[in-house]
Design a protein around this ligand. Structure first.
Ligand SMILES: *Cc1c(COP(=O)(O)O)cnc(C)c1O
Length: 405
């Protein structure tokens, strides 16, 4: 039997086709090589697998269920819509899947501290949670603008015992937080480890974070049979960096008959700066240490991007997603702000589930797809997170439909 797709990707240099690799300053080559070596050692060790299984079951709340969205399906009038409930993970999103594993790896390598950047604060909260559980120090870098915007997550990180370092230069958002976190990491790479928040960055992170997130797809494949006694016809996930998408796709990638859709945010329009649809409008380039597809400004620098959902407004995409799109194994779905807000309220009012705005993009695209497909077809949506973090922003800017006061 030939090797499965996952076993044969990436190659030993961290490439998925021509995307990926490692473009880092010389002083980081040794620390990153050490991380790769340690991961290769522990990933098949029974002790690591047991520990991860234990925390997933007894701390995180896995397996997360698959819910049939019956009322939403009736509303759309076409294919059946199912939801993989990553919103039910402890701390409210899929991010804990890789954070718990990254911190176990850090502990195994003898590090006492984890460092990361965060945009909306979701990765910061998940990493602070994992660090508290395993007793490690946690340092999170965040742009000053995001600190003001995402106040509850900042408080959460602090309550969990993390140190929050403001990035005060440039636009003071995610890119500057990455710069700031890297600078801090370089000065303490012998005692601390950098924990990237998605399937992005230099090798081995795109592979490692995908492997840690693949639990979503492994569970889904088994659970879907309980509902339909078959594979889903379509699997849909939103794409920021691409970790929740790669996580669920991992379960179906060798099933060629299953269509895989990565949904990009179309924001407010098609002009540069109005969206963050990197695969749709981007071109090949290197950013944040890896080669992928990215949105560039006229100077070739990462372009300013926009989405109503701060977790997916990233000017690039993980290298594996770029590769799978390139070879036609995955397709791009689109969802704009208006469609995402509609999906946010529809899922809340028809199913009793308030989705994260990021996940609402996947739901919004699935609703369009369901309407075009016959009733015997199925769509499995990765509901990457819950919407508690977004409720104030949404109701202030987009009035509740059918509100009863
Ligand atoms: C961070 C986040 C995302 C986007 O990250 P990916 O790496 O693309 O998965 C999506 N949904 C939620 C709820 C998030 O917190």
């Amino acid at each position: 039997m030939g090797k499965s797709y996952l076993e044969s990707h990436p190659d030993e240099n961290g490439y998925f086709g021509r995307f990926g690799g490692s473009f880092i300053p010389p002083m980081l080559e040794k620390p990153f090589a050490d991380i790769t070596k340690a991961y290769e050692e522990i990933k098949n060790s029974p002790a690591f697998i047991e520990e991860l299984k234990y925390v997933r079951k007894h701390f995180q709340g896995r397996p997360t269920p698959i819910t049939y969205a019956k009322n939403l399906t009736t509303h759309c009038g076409g294919a059946k819509i199912y939801l993989k409930r990553e919103d039910l993970n402890h701390s409210g999103a899929h991010k804990l899947n890789h954070c718990m594993a990254e911190v176990i790896l850090a502990k195994h390598m003898g590090f006492k501290k984890v460092i990361a950047e965060t945009g909306a604060g979701q990765h910061g909260v998940a990493l602070a949670t994992a660090a508290a559980y395993f007793g490690l120090e946690c340092e999170i870098h965040m742009g000053e603008v995001d600190i003001a915007k995402e106040h509850p997550n900042v408080v959460r990180m602090k309550i969990l015992g993390a140190k929050v370092v403001p990035a005060t230069h440039g636009l003071r958002t995610l890119k500057e937080a990455v710069d700031s976190a890297f600078e801090s990491y370089v000065s303490q790479a012998d005692t601390a480890i950098y924990c990237i928040g998605s399937v992005v960055g230099p090798h081995p992170f795109p592979m490692m974070v995908r492997d840690f997130q693949s639990i979503i797809g492994i569970e889904s494949r088994e659970q879907f049979f309980e509902h339909e006694d078959n594979l889903p016809n379509n699997v849909v996930a939103c794409v920021g960096g691409g970790s929740n998408a790669m996580g669920i796709f991992a379960g179906f990638i060798d099933d060629k008959e299953v269509e895989l859709y990565g949904v990009e945010p179309m924001g407010k329009g098609e002009k540069l700066g109005e969206h963050s649809a990197s695969l749709t409008y981007g071109s090949e380039g290197v950013m944040h240490g890896f080669n992928s597809v990215m949105l560039k400004d006229e100077k070739g620098e990462p372009a300013p991007v926009y989405s109503i959902a701060s977790g997916i407004d990233y000017p690039s995409v993980g290298p594996e997603q770029a590769h799978l799109n390139d070879i036609g194994r995955t397709k791009v779905g689109l969802c704009n702000d208006t469609q995402a807000i509609d999906a946010f309220y529809k899922l809340s009012q028809l199913e009793g589930i308030i989705p994260a705005l990021e996940s609402a993009h996947a739901v919004g695209f699935a609703m369009q797809l369901a309407k075009q497909l016959p009733k015997d077809q199925t769509i499995l949506v990765n509901l990457s997170g819950r919407g508690d973090k977004d409720i104030d922003f949404v109701v202030e800017n987009h009035p509740i439909p059918n509100a009863k006061f």
